[in-house]
Design a protein around this ligand. Structure first.
Ligand code: TRP
Length: 330
């Protein structure tokens, strides 16, 4: 039996090329070695988006179409929706009995997000419980590994502490899940700020070739380079970060870097080559996405099927958990 991997993504918008290097490539690669379960974290989306739920289900379908287009294989992996497996919520409730509130309050993302997302009222129980729900998502499938970004490591750490405490009361039930970090550093946005759909600085996986061109040609680059003959900085320059991420022609990238540093290449050439590289990478994704969406009920069926498979496992776990906790009415 292959070791199990669980990971989720919140359906809060269209997916972009940051999701590709930050998660989807890794999700696709893990499939041959692990028993992978990937899910739409719709309850997690609600923890911050509870006031506007209009896009939730359509983003869920759209995102999963992108997962598949990016190489996540519904035949090999289980793709499902968190809220269609309500056992996650039951386990979350039982875990909540043993979690001291200060453990949740001291998770770094908690205070950061509250400070950042000032337009949202995040002083809710649901938002405080975010990492605990994440823990339930993972251990309900007894997963050993969780592919996540750097920012999620603290959630997993909390998760392991909660599990230990839970085990202390009720006996060993779950493996302590370990993170599988994706190796690629976070991509900057087109404007060199943090990549985020709210800044409008992303390239969506569903963008056509022409929009990619427009966006790349307007990309932030070395601001001190007002003429092509001024030597430029490559390190941390988002145009070159993207070249490193998406241009497989290493010789071309090296040549551009050398000439950029020497002040012998124009930004236009560097960007045109980047446009070509990104479009070449996105072309097969666009094609598969169109194939998937050509069958309007396909994604829904995949998720229904996956959710029922996931639920079978989750139910078994909950039977054991209820018994361990002392909720025994059979
Ligand atoms: N918090 C994760 C994120 O924002 C999404 C998520 C929810 C998740 N539940 C999970 C990831 C369980 C891994 C495992 O990216």
């Amino acid at each position: 039996m292959k070791p199990r991997v669980v990971s989720g993504m919140r359906p809060t918008g269209k997916l972009h090329i940051g999701h590709l290097v930050g998660a989807l490539h890794q999700w696709a690669d893990l499939q041959s070695t692990y028993d992978c379960m990937y899910f739409v974290a719709d309850w997690h989306a609600l923890t911050s988006e509870y006031a506007d739920t209009d896009g939730l289900t359509s983003y869920a379908y759209d995102n999963v179409a992108d997962w598949i287009a990016a190489g996540v294989d519904p035949e090999q992996s289980t793709l499902f929706v968190q809220s269609l497996v309500p056992e996650h919520a039951e386990l979350y409730l039982l875990l909540s009995m043993v979690v001291p509130i200060p453990w949740l309050e001291r998770v770094p993302t908690y205070k950061e997000q509250i400070a950042q997302l000032v337009e949202k009222d995040l002083s809710t129980l649901g938002f405080l419980g975010y990492p605990l729900l994440q823990g339930a998502d993972v251990v309900i499938y007894k997963a050993q590994y969780v592919p996540v970004g750097e920012d999620q490591v603290a959630h997993l750490e909390l998760n392991r502490e909660v599990i230990r405490r839970f085990h202390g009361f009720y006996g060993e039930l779950f493996p302590e899940p370990q993170p599988l970090l994706s190796h690629f550093p976070r991509l900057p946005g087109l404007d060199n700020r943090k990549m985020s759909k709210s800044y409008g600085n992303t390239i969506a996986l569903s963008d056509d070739a022409e929009s990619v061109k427009k966006k790349v040609m307007r990309m932030f680059t070395d601001p001190k380079r007002i003429r092509a003959d001024i030597p430029g900085t490559v390190e941390g320059n988002p145009v070159f970060v993207y070249h490193d991420a998406f241009n497989p022609d290493v010789a071309e990238v090296d040549d551009l870097k050398t000439r950029y540093r020497a002040g012998t290449v124009g930004d236009v050439e560097v960007k045109q080559k980047l446009v070509r590289a990104i479009n070449t990478m996105l072309d097969p994704i666009r094609e598969r996405r169109a194939e998937v969406l050509a069958q309007p009920t396909r994604v829904r069926e995949i998720l229904m099927d996956g959710s029922s498979r996931a639920r079978t496992i989750a139910r078994e776990t909950m039977t054991q958990v209820r018994e361990a906790v002392g909720l025994n009415y059979t």
